[in-house]
Design a protein around this ligand. Structure first.
Ligand code: GLY
Length: 354
């Protein structure tokens, strides 16, 4: 079986296994990463139908005596109520501190299961099995876990690195095209951040030809940033390219606008502002825009600068009067820029003017 292996030296250190058909290996991989224990699989009602059975079979065959918990699919489930149901199910099934949670699904499942693992009996181990491109290249790696509170997204959570990540790239074949595009936006982000090669693959529209290799390249970039700054105080913030404006768009839409689509628009807008400020190489925005369109992504929004600015003020990336934004220098190189919150309005206004 074709397998790409990326080692991440954060937490206890862990491997990311990437390749087609990897789900059938999950029992072996988990028992070699975690030893003899029980596995508690958490998944949602969509992924249950597609992949729960093969995962349970593989865990069973490896002697991991699995149990499962299924919650209703959707962003609305990433809350304290479902978290509490997961924890109760772990306890009802007699899960002990030496056992392991397994997050099978997209970002919601990974975030809530990681958080449940972080607090159950003051912390047990967990494994991520991402089934979307977005979760594979972003949320499954790096140990950010969370649920939403009524006053905002991801406001409760812990940092806890997984014990392994198992990414079966065949699962992307069952994604709706716009869900795949959502992950493409976060992958293109890695291209703009540090790898012109990744960007060019998307520019040529060739992502499906070498998706496992691309995921491994994206995960390696994220891994290096996480290793240097596990708790998100410095270079890891580069991963927020396009996210200040992107989060504002998501917020204004009442979180009905998909994350990757919002980040795509945010990346175009911040690049355009960078060009107008003389910081970003001329032509960068045009290339980003064309690449995103080629991959089924939007590049502009109807929200006006004032609404975007007001929504951006509630961002977690804000610290007192300052906010750190990420601005491209050119394709393959971005920099962090800490600005006064009051300057953000001018930047958003510039970014909106074609
Ligand atoms: N999603 C950005 C990060 O993991 O830091």
């Amino acid at each position: 079986m074709e397998e790409f292996l990326v080692k991440i030296n954060a937490g206890g250190g862990y491997n990311v296994h990437i390749g087609p058909g990897m789900i059938s290996e999950c029992g072996k991989i988990i028992s070699s990463a975690a030893g003899q224990c029980r596995a508690a699989v958490v998944t949602d009602s969509n992924v249950e139908i597609l992949y729960l059975r093969p995962v349970m079979d593989s865990l069973e065959a490896a002697g991991l005596d699995p149990i499962s918990f299924v919650f209703p699919a959707g962003e609305g489930s990433k809350n304290l109520h479902i978290l509490s149901e997961i924890l109760e199910s772990f306890a009802d099934n007699g899960l002990t501190r030496s056992d392991i949670a397994v997050a099978l699904g997209g970002g919601v499942t990974g975030d809530i299961t990681g958080f449940a693992a972080g607090v159950y009996m003051r912390g047990i181990r967990y494994v991520q099995i991402p089934t979307t491109l977005l979760a594979a290249v972003d949320s499954s790696v790096g140990g950010k876990t969370a649920v939403d509170l009524s006053s905002g997204k991801n406001l409760a959570g812990v940092f806890l690195q997984p014990s392994a990540v198992i990414c079966d790239t065949n699962t992307f074949n069952t994604l709706a095209p716009d869900v795949f595009s959502d992950g493409a936006a976060e992958s293109i982000k890695y291209g703009i951040l540090t790898s012109e090669h990744i960007f060019e693959v998307f520019e040529r529209g060739e992502v499906r030809k070498s998706v496992s290799e691309l995921v491994s390249e994206c995960v390696s970039i994220k891994g290096r940033l996480v290793e240097e700054d596990e708790h998100d105080n410095s270079v890891r913030r580069l991963l927020n390219l396009g996210h200040t404006i992107g989060h504002a768009i998501e917020n204004l839409s009442g979180y009905t606008f998909p994350h990757g689509h919002a980040v795509a628009i945010g990346m175009v807008m911040i690049s355009r502002a960078g060009e107008k400020m003389g910081f970003t190489e001329i032509g960068t925005t045009d290339r980003i825009e064309k690449c995103l369109i080629r991959n089924g992504l939007p590049t502009s929004t109807d929200y006006d600068p004032e609404a975007l600015y007001n929504a951006a003020l509630s961002d977690k990336k804000r610290s007192g009067d300052n906010i750190t934004i990420v601005v491209p220098k050119r394709i393959g190189r971005c920099e962090l820029m800490t600005i006064k919150v009051s300057e953000l309005f001018d930047i958003i206004s510039l970014s909106a003017q074609r």
